[in-house]
Design a protein around this ligand. Sequence first.
Ligand code: SF4
Length: 380
Amino acid sequence: MSLIKTFSKKLIAWHGVDGRQGLPWQNNRDPYAVWVSEIMLQQTQVATVLERYPRFMKRFPTVKRLAAADIDEVLAEWAGLGYYSRARNLHACAKQVMEQFSGKFPSDPVLLEQLKGIGRSTAGAIAAFAFHERAPILDANVKRILARLFCIDGALQDKKVNDQLWSLASSLLPTKSEDMPIYTQALMDFGATWCTSRKPVCLTGERKCPFAKECQANLSDQVLLFPQKTIKAKSPEFDCDMLLLRHGNQVLLQKRPSKAIWGGLWCLPESAWVAKAKVSKVGATPKLEDLLALTLSNETAGPLLKLGKQVERGENIKHIFTHRRLWIQIWNVQTSKAYAFASGDLKWVPLAKLGQYGLPQPIKLLLQGLSLARGDDLKN
Ligand code: SF4
């Protein structure tokens, strides 16, 4: 019998023995809980989600509570998970569900896909888990499995290849809708634990893959050649300066624009990011007026120039994003007063209250270090 007909049954049987069991978001038909777990699991390891998901659900137990929260509260809870557009989209989507669907997630994947931050695969997962809809998923793991099973030619970014994979994913679905949650979970687990990118079980020989005799990549000894890859350009590298202005136990934070990297989070005033110099060298310590001109507007720089003391070179932090690297040079400056700014985007924040603000991970670690050195307790 062809693999198309037998795939779902075999995969469900595999899950019964070797799939992941007992994850807190499994066997849950609440679309809100399913949706939060699906968004959190994108680009985040399961081990991290296991720790952070219950905490998020405790703080925002319903879509109504999440929609009513302040975005700063959501970003603070998300801090450390990265890809902050996910948190902003969660918040915006919760509002959409409240306003457009009276607080109830729709079951139709086409409608789900129209919500903020929900792509076709996530819509399929929510529809399958919460509503038992026969909707396919196609995340990176599933693409890899299908590309190998059927030796799909062409890079995954190619629209034709993508369309072909979606059509395959649909044709492999179980016929009974009540099997959809377990099938969808099995597909995710099989890609994450058995048909992995670098060490699929058919190559390591650790376990016997249930598809070994039908998988075309395995039969033709080309497993690691699928999915076919496009050649990646080297990640660009950038330099920037950040100003760590302190008055006593307070630091000056600036809210980032919502569309930028780390959008909507609170950060230190920073200069524009410039392409990293080919040969890095440690230059002289800049004057305060030059640093202020690089990092803040004229109106804010003026009062700080009068209040700031000596500039001291601080840490040089390397932060790696998925598609770029950033070197941050910290400059420490004490001020004689915590000048009260008219702009709500600039705030003096006591170190002990940093836990109430969503901060980019490298800045959070830097300020936590300061806080611990002072013996402050960072309240979350
Ligand atoms: S035989 Fe190997 S490549 Fe094929 S599905 Fe199984 S684990 Fe994946």
